[in-house]
Design a protein around this ligand. Structure first.
Ligand code: IMP
Length: 423
């Protein structure tokens, strides 16, 4: 069975936890897009792990973890993660595979990301990790790939060529002194040596695994509404965070994908700028942020919080081909007098039932809510669906109906065991 797991909102849905659970059931875990802008939190016992680049499956012994061609790799960050994982006593052995075709983040990408953001009138709220500029170089065909780090002649030629142009831009447009060839060349050549044992043709590896009837989990980073095409552009990330990205970002054909699972929070959050129709008012937002510990795993920035938006998630179900949903952080809604679900939008007196693309509309519409009664806070965690509070069950039933999608997992806490499976 080859599964794709995607975020159905603006990222931070709690994918890390579900990936961790599903990883136990598969043989290969693949990251297919994004970079270290992502942050997956996994809690095992009393230990919390936050991964930015490493597939979370690395915590499971004997699973092969693949960083696919669609990912942009900051070698410094990946090296740190490898060191931390080894320090935690987890054996990586031959389990980490990095695509030779994955693009590499260079120092100029990070600085450009930050300089561009300071110059922009409409700030995106980027994580400043160089993700956008690295993908831009990939598309304009001057990117440096993992395979290039293994070839001193090619690395030197590409880097020289890039710096010739980029240093001019840094000096003239951004009044930045630019970058020295020698230090970058030396540093990245060294990364090539360090990563050589991990770099390979991962598309071949995965297709051979499929032929051998192995099971693969493709773990999406970010979420549907941060997707470069379908997200709330330009307040998006620079990769294809929707399920289609799994194929182009790994070299596995869509014909080989069996199922897409979506992950959504029981409410909504977003980090960074951009429209957010169901955003709470500031004081309730602060209350929920603290209660849900809604601070970015990558940048520590406070996440904006709001009610569940069924119009958005319905769109995500369609775009990704989601047939099952995991609803996360249900426990954060415990103890509220009432809970709301956005069921439509109103713009200039007109009712909208689909997610609009016009930025002007999206920024000015008003959500139409269905209000449901809340449920009390409980001190023993429910261990199965029966043990959920009746109104919590009613809330979930309403979500399932509105989305016309099966809810197969419900998370009521951060630990692995705080998960209710409906199948
Ligand atoms: P970038 O990907 O760093 O360029 O950031 C672009 C936008 O995506 C910003 O609003 C970020 O906050 C958001 N973003 C990027 N990665 C994540 C993530 O993993 N979770 C949530 N938001 C993210």
């Amino acid at each position: 069975m080859n599964l794709v797991l995607v975020g159905a909102q603006w990222g931070d849905e709690g994918k890390g936890k579900i990936i961790d659970i599903l990883s136990a059931k598969v043989d290969y875990i693949v990251r297919y897009q994004g970079g270290n802008n992502a942050g997956h939190t996994v809690v095992v016992g009393d230990k919390e792990y936050i991964f930015h680049l490493m597939p979370s499956g690395i915590l499971h012994k004997a699973k092969v973890c693949v960083i696919g061609n669609g990912v942009v790799v900051d070698p410094f960050v990946l090296l740190q993660e490898i060191k931390e994982i080894k320090k935690a006593g987890i054996d990586i052995g031959g389990r980490l595979k990095i695509s030779a075709l994955a693009h590499v983040i260079l120092p100029y990408h990070k600085i450009l990301d930050q300089l561009r953001e300071t110059k922009r009138k409409n700030k995106i709220g980027t994580t400043g990790r160089g993700i956008g500029p690295c993908y831009a170089d990939k598309i304009i065909r001057c990117g440096i790939r993992m395979v290039d780090l293994l070839n001193p002649k090619i690395l030197s030629a590409k880097l020289k060529d890039n710096l010739k142009e980029k240093n001019e831009v840094f000096k003239k447009v951004y009044q930045h002194k630019g970058f020295d060839f020698n230090s970058i060349y030396k540093e990245y050549l060294n990364y090539g040596k360090l990563f050589a044992p991990y770099i390979s043709n991962t598309a071949l590896l995965l297709n051979k695994a499929i032929d051998a009837n192995k099971d693969i989990l493709f773990e999406g980073a970010q979420g549907t509404f941060l997707d470069i095409d379908f997200g709330t552009y330009p307040f998006v990330t620079s990769s294809s965070a929707t399920s289609g990205g799994a194929c182009v970002g790994s070299g596995v054909s869509p014909a080989k994908i069996n199922k897409v699972i979506g992950v959504a929070k029981a409410y909504t959050t977003r980090v960074g700028e951009g429209p957010f129709p169901t955003e709470f008012n500031p004081s309730f937002g602060k209350f929920m942020r603290e209660r849900g510990r809604e601070f970015g795993a990558t940048t520590g920035r406070p996440r904006r919080c709001g009610w569940f938006d069924s119009i958005m998630v319905k769109e995500a179900v369609m775009l990704n081909g989601i047939s099952e949903l995991a609803i996360m952080k249900m426990d954060i809604l415990d103890g509220l007098k009432e809970v709301k679900i956005c069921v439509a939008y109103k713009y200039k007196g007109k009712l909208l039932r689909e997610f609009p693309h016009d930025f002007e509309v999206l920024s000015n519409l008003k959500p139409v809510y269905k209000t449901l009664a809340g449920w009390p806070k409980v001190f023993t965690k429910p261990r199965n669906f029966r043990e959920l509070q009746p109104n919590a069950k009613a809330y979930l039933a309403r979500l399932g109906d509105m989305l016309n999608t099966k809810i197969s997992m419900i998370s009521v806490g951060s630990a692995r065991e705080d998960t209710i499976f409906l199948d």
